[in-house]
Write a protein that binds this ligand. Structure first.
Ligand code: SAM
Length: 247
């Protein structure tokens, strides 16, 4: 392909086909953004050679994910799972820090929304159940994250807590987890309730009752991503897998 400038100074894109020049599209007076796109396209194709699965993501998302993999910031999980529990380090609300200034457990590295959206979920493409924990603030974003991951939203689980905190508004006494599917993998057990009650422990630590419930409904192999303790029947991934593991 090549650019040609016409007598009025407008650029047009042509390609060679069967020895003849064929008009492809109009570019305009300033070809710089078009040329930048071409460079980006070339860069992308080069990078996708190493990671063919990124081709499904396309564009900027693929480039961001590629960069993260190259820098080793997040390791890629090779095995594919039927059940994924994922509790991302959402870019946490400032207000939580103010209301809970002494909660030291809060201090873990967080990820940007873009990083969460481009995270490579180790789904079994033939069918997978995905459980995504979110916070009150990031609940709407969590639906976009499901869409970016190609997960079909189905329903919302609610953890009813014994205590809550009051960030100058309602008492936040619940926490929520989206359930969705890739494909149509059936549930092992039908009719389980979406709400469950359990005690609050350390900041962000999810209750054992949740893991038991998920194991009743969703098949192995299972993985708990961004995990901080070992749960029976789940593989783990995260940078502090044994923070709460009882040895
Ligand atoms: C919301 S907490 C998970 C809480 C956990 N589900 C529990 O019940 O205790 C998020 C975790 O992700 C970890 N994390 C943050 N960035 C990470 C990264 N790039 N790679 C791996 N783990 C990361 C944090 O250190 C933290 O342990």
């Amino acid at each position: 392909m090549f650019l040609k400038k016409d007598s009025r100074g407008y650029y047009k894109l042509f390609e060679w086909q069967d020895g003849k020049q064929r008009y492809v599209k109009y570019i305009g007076k300033d070809p710089s953004s078009f040329l930048k796109d071409i460079e980006k396209g070339k860069e992308l194709l080069e990078k996708l050679k190493d990671y063919p699965d990124l081709a499904l993501k396309g564009g900027q998302a693929a480039l961001t994910e590629h960069k993260r993999r190259k820098t080793g910031k997040v390791k890629v999980i090779e095995q594919k799972y039927r059940t994924i529990v994922i509790d991302p380090p959402w870019p946490m609300e400032k207000i939580v820090r103010q209301v809970r200034p002494n909660q030291f457990d809060f201090d873990y590295p967080v990820m940007s929304i873009e990083e969460i959206k481009t995270y490579s979920l180790p789904v079994n493409p033939d069918g997978c159940h995905v459980y995504l924990w979110t916070t009150q603030k990031f609940l709407p974003v969590a639906f976009d994250v499901f869409e970016a991951w190609g997960v079909k939203y189905e329903c919302l689980m609610t953890w009813v807590k014994n205590v809550g905190f009051t960030p100058f508004s309602w008492m936040y006494s619940t926490e929520h987890c989206l359930f969705g599917r890739v494909g149509n993998l059936p549930l092992l057990k039908l009719g389980k309730r979406l709400d469950f009650s359990a005690k609050v422990r350390e900041h962000s630590r999810k209750p054992n009752e949740f893991y038991t419930l998920v194991a009743e409904v969703s098949p192995e192999p299972r993985i708990d991503i961004f995990s901080r303790e070992k749960h029976e029947g789940y593989d783990q991934d995260g940078n502090e897998p044994d923070k709460f593991t009882v040895k």
